[in-house]
Design a protein around this ligand. Structure first.
Ligand SMILES: C[S@@+](CC[C@H](N)C(=O)[O-])C[C@H]1O[C@@H](n2cnc3c(N)ncnc32)[C@H](O)[C@@H]1O
Length: 265
């Protein structure tokens, strides 16, 4: 029997993703804007035809459109909820897989894959597909998180999931991360530029930590309908509050990401 994949990992429900995005906006030690970084580093021009692979909430293309972009904007995601979310912002919102893009060779001048390659079984295959659908001279940008991000929150989640007797799946970020993304992109494109961003989440009160921790539970094999979820959520919250009481300053979680950019020769 195959184990079922939690809904949040499949992104059938985008709420946990929205909570995580909001946490980065509210609690980053150095204000950060990944979407803006990608737009700048990929050298977006108003007439570019853009494919955003793993489009999530659709906010990236919405923002590009709001900036007056005149070229074609296409969102692709494996989740119907994400396709619905991007429908208003993109010219086309397509249900599909990063490893089998339903587009012909050379259709786009820009392809982006933001914080999604760690969910793909064959990340190199997804990067090869991105290259295939680019024009000669077309630009690619991918982002992923640091492998070692959020060490305390990870530790608490691991402990509480294990205490409930559940097996932990392999975390997506252990497959593709800042350390190995450059070589994955270089294997398909040749030259790659790496832009590293080091930062931290900083909290003055426990509730924000708890909200962020619980929005990561699906990656630890705990979905909305896992019977042990209420118990695990309560013990995660208790562990965070207890650790907070022992702190003499704010709660600081190192984190960061890389943006890798490349050009189809
Ligand atoms: C962490 S979210 C990132 C969303 C968005 N790019 C962002 O940065 O906010 C990962 C997204 O990738 C999508 N995804 C996962 N596997 C995929 C695949 N094989 N092909 C296309 N999209 C996929 C998920 O449905 C989800 O919307």
């Amino acid at each position: 029997m195959t184990a079922s994949i939690p809904d949040e990992v499949e992104y059938l429900n985008l709420d946990p993703l929205r909570i995580r995005i909001e946490a980065h906006r509210l609690y980053s030690e150095i204000p950060e804007d990944v979407e803006d970084d990608v737009i700048r580093l990929v050298g977006l021009r108003p007439g570019d035809s853009v494919l955003d692979v793993g489009s999530g909430t659709g906010s990236f293309l919405a923002r590009i459109r709001a900036g007056g972009h005149s070229g074609r904007l296409v969102a692709l995601d494996a989740s119907p909820a994400a396709v619905a979310a991007a429908a208003g912002a993109a010219d086309e919102a397509v249900l599909g897989s990063a490893t089998a893009l339903p587009f012909t060779d050379g259709e786009f001048t820009v392809v982006t894959a933001r914080h999604m390659l760690y969910h793909v079984d064959d990340p190199g295959g997804a990067v090869a597909e991105a290259r295939r659908v680019l024009t000669t001279g077309g630009r690619f940008a991918a982002t992923v998180n640091h492998h070692e991000a959020y060490p305390q929150i990870r530790g608490i989640l691991r402990e509480q999931v294990a205490a409930a007797g559940l097996d932990m799946p392999v975390l997506p970020s252990t497959r593709v991360h800042s350390g190995n993304l450059p070589e994955i992109v270089a294997a398909e494109f040749g030259d790659v530029e790496v832009h590293r961003h080091d930062n931290a989440l900083v909290y003055d009160e426990p509730e924000g930590v708890i909200r962020f921790a619980l929005a990561n539970l699906a990656f630890y094999g705990v979905s909305a309908d896992t019977p042990q979820r209420p118990q695990i959520a309560a013990s995660v919250a208790a562990a965070v509050r207890q650790r907070f009481e022992a702190l003499t300053g704010p709660w600081r979680e190192p984190k960061g990401y890389v943006v890798c950019t490349a050009r189809r020769g």
